[in-house]
Design a protein around this ligand. Structure first.
Ligand code: ZN
Length: 198
């Protein structure tokens, strides 16, 4: 989340918090910067990548065939955790971080604190669509906005597009009610108390 890759030319100075350097052609270096040191780097043979620890436990990819409304429905039915916490679990749903989980729940008009097994079955397709849409949106915007020269970090490029994340106290884009913030599972959660009442 906090790490970023930066592309350096031969005369560029190495930035602070440079933890891995890849030496490329034309005297360029690809540098992994990670101030908070959450990043992990492993050397694995490409043939055994999908079976390696940390990868094989990952949930189905939201753009893949395994991630369906039915998959999500049975997942939710079996969990009493809050929806937001469950969506962040990478062994259940892959690819949603704190920002996108909050945004997906807002799009689907679902309360982030709702226990997963209490979401009505007919509302699961809304959540499914919202998860796919928010990731699709991010992929489309990342495509045009990556700049390795300036360093790229997830999320930061789209702060103008977020509808609830880091908008506590601002009016909801749909209904004008003030967006609220609370801590949930150690992370900040943002939601509209009117649109996401249930
Ligand atoms: Zn609202």
């Amino acid at each position: 989340m906090t790490g970023k890759f930066v592309l350096l030319n031969s005369d560029d100075e190495l930035p602070k918090h440079a933890h891995a350097i890849f030496y490329l052609d034309r005297d360029q270096r690809l540098v992994f910067r990670d101030q908070r040191q959450f990043g992990v780097m492993k050397l694995i043979e490409s043939g055994s990548l999908s079976e390696s620890k940390g990868i094989k436990e990952l949930a189905p990819e939201p753009f893949g065939d395994e991630f369906t409304v039915e998959y999500l429905r049975s997942l939710l039915k079996r969990s009493r955790r809050s929806l937001k916490t469950l969506l962040l679990d990478q062994t259940k749903v892959l690819g949603l971080g704190n920002i996108y989980a909050a945004e997906a729940l807002f799009r689907a008009r679902i309360n982030p604190f709702k226990p997963a097994d209490q979401l009505a079955s007919r509302r699961v397709p809304d959540l499914y669509e919202a998860v796919c849409d928010v990731l699709q949106f991010a992929v489309e915007h990342i495509r045009g906005s990556i700049s390795l020269e300036e360093g790229f970090s997830y999320g930061a490029a789209f702060e103008n597009f977020w509808q609830v994340y880091e908008r506590a106290g601002e009016p909801c884009v749909r209904c004008g009610t003030k967006i609220r913030r609370a801590t949930q599972g150690g992370r900040s959660t943002y939601w509209c108390p009117k649109c996401q009442r249930r």
